[in-house]
Design a protein around this ligand. Structure first.
Ligand SMILES: *[C@@H]1O[C@H](CO)[C@@H](O)[C@H](O)[C@H]1NC(C)=O
Ligand SMILES: *[C@@H]1O[C@H](CO)[C@@H](O)[C@H](O)[C@H]1NC(C)=O
Ligand SMILES: *[C@@H]1O[C@H](CO)[C@@H](O)[C@H](O)[C@H]1NC(C)=O
Ligand SMILES: *[C@@H]1O[C@H](CO)[C@@H](O)[C@H](O)[C@H]1NC(C)=O
Ligand SMILES: *[C@@H]1O[C@H](CO)[C@@H](O)[C@H](O)[C@H]1NC(C)=O
Length: 386
């Protein structure tokens, strides 16, 4: 029996509306680019349920567009500033702060929103209401478009401490203005901070021992979240408070290991969190190579142990100034930490890739700082200590 025409039309209409819902869902599911979602500072410390986002869904690749991977401000060969690209915060440019845990990013991030100003106008780069958790970093020309993607401006819109793999698939979605008419395509400039891997790992251990977790981090890669099997939890219960160094070192999927390398790499190149995708050796080699390449492409990275040069480089790169000289008196805790030879050996294994990355980063950093110093008569004037 044939269906009457109207009911066939109705059926098609229903199918079409379901299909378009699906497309929307796939294109930008709430759990990938939740624009209302935000994590408070306390989320780092307070327990949260482990799998809040439900079953991981496979979805199509959202972007293949190079634009989202950010634009370099450095000539690749000699690491001198490019003359053909200038950051224009008044136009469509966005700084994306990739904030790796325990690298001094919280203090730096707060200083960015509180004390950056435009030296040509003297105006603050962001506006902060007292007591507000976050500040608004609107473009200097007015309007409601923001130029800084970071914890203290936009919030963790792409997930708590989102890594490179997550950011390049998410930032453009959450930073898209409601009305895209009259705006040139947005350009992204990535920035991050690095820290000596030994101190960073120790600092993370002590932080976790005090009860912090980053359970809300998403670990999204290749269209889905890492599964429970891929990232086995290190501990039962809400936190790992009071964990011993031995237990911390022994957990196989502890993300503290080589965190800087992992968070800067494009994890799709190593099969995401799937350990059977390739041998451990290949995995490490490829992940390190990817992290290096991405670091090299970054518009800016700082090294927290070299805070003055970090400040000089930042200010010269983006044409903004901090109102005061930055500190690097981050966390004296752990300075006197002692460990056995056995512990130290395990410890060094856990940070082996980060140590290589950091050595590479220091060279690159020195080249960039030198290039900036050569082209700036008195770089120390940035620090107010000329
Ligand atoms: C977005 O995040 C908020 C806060 O984390 C949550 O309450 C809300 O359900 C989320 N929305 C979606 C669509 O996941
Ligand atoms: C930004 O654009 C506005 C409007 O076009 C202009 O008035 C303002 O001077 C510009 N600011 C900067 C810093 O270029
Ligand atoms: C992990 O990789 C292996 C080898 O490529 C593959 O057979 C397996 O299906 C993958 N697992 C998942 C969960 O994708
Ligand atoms: C530097 O440290 C001092 C003392 O701890 C503090 O008062 C000051 O605000 C800090 N400055 C910045 C830029 O963090
Ligand atoms: C580390 O040890 C030195 C020398 O014993 C001491 O002066 C310093 O205060 C200690 N630092 C911390 C953070 O305990």
């Amino acid at each position: 029996m044939r269906m009457p025409v109207w009911s066939r039309r109705l059926l098609i209409l229903i199918i079409l509306s379901f299909a378009s819902l699906q497309v929307l869902q796939v294109y930008c599911p709430g759990w990938v680019c939740n624009t209302t979602g935000e994590f408070s500072e306390r989320d780092e410390v307070l327990p949260a349920p482990r799998k809040r986002y439900g079953k991981a869904k496979v979805q199509m690749q959202m972007f293949n567009d190079e634009r989202h991977e950010g634009i370099s401000l450095w000539n690749d060969e000699e690491q001198s500033p490019r003359r053909d690209v200038k950051v224009d915060l008044n136009n469509s440019d966005i700084l994306v702060f990739l904030h790796i845990q325990k690298t001094g990013g919280t203090v730096f991030g707060r200083n960015m929103v509180k004390s950056l100003y435009d030296p040509s106008t003297g105006r603050n780069a962001c506006s902060c209401r007292p007591e507000a958790k976050r500040c608004k970093c609107y473009r200097p020309g007015g309007g409601s478009q923001e130029w800084l993607f970071s914890r203290f401006s936009t919030g963790w819109k792409c997930g708590l401490h989102a890594d490179y793999t997550e950011l390049i698939h998410c930032v453009d979605q959450v930073m898209a203005p409601k009305d895209t008419r009259n705006f040139p395509p947005r350009r992204y400039f990535y920035m991050t901070l690095l820290r000596d891997p030994y101190r960073r790992y120790l600092s993370e251990f002590l932080h976790v021992q005090r009860g912090a977790t980053w359970k809300n981090a998403r670990h999204w890669c290749g269209g889905r979240f890492a599964s429970d099997g891929e990232l086995r939890q290190c501990f039962q219960g809400d936190t790992w408070e009071g964990v011993s160094l031995d237990d911390f070192l022994a957990c196989p999927d502890n993300l503290a290991a080589n965190r800087q390398t992992r968070m800067l790499a494009d994890l799709r190149e190593v099969g995401c969190y799937n350990k059977s995708a390739m041998s451990g050796q290949d995995h490490d080699r490829l992940m390190l190579a990817s992290a290096r390449a991405n670091l090299r492409k970054m518009a800016f990275f700082g090294i927290i142990e070299h805070i003055d040069d970090t400040q000089i480089l930042f200010e010269a790169t983006f044409g903004l100034r901090f109102a005061e000289r930055l500190n690097n008196s981050y966390e004296p805790r752990g300075e006197n930490f002692t460990m056995t030879d056995h512990q130290r050996r395990k410890f060094m294994e856990k940070i082996a890739l980060d140590v290589e990355l950091f050595d590479y980063a220091k060279l690159l950093f020195r080249q960039r700082v030198q290039a900036v110093r050569n082209s700036t008569p008195n770089p120390k004037r940035f620090l107010g200590i000329s």
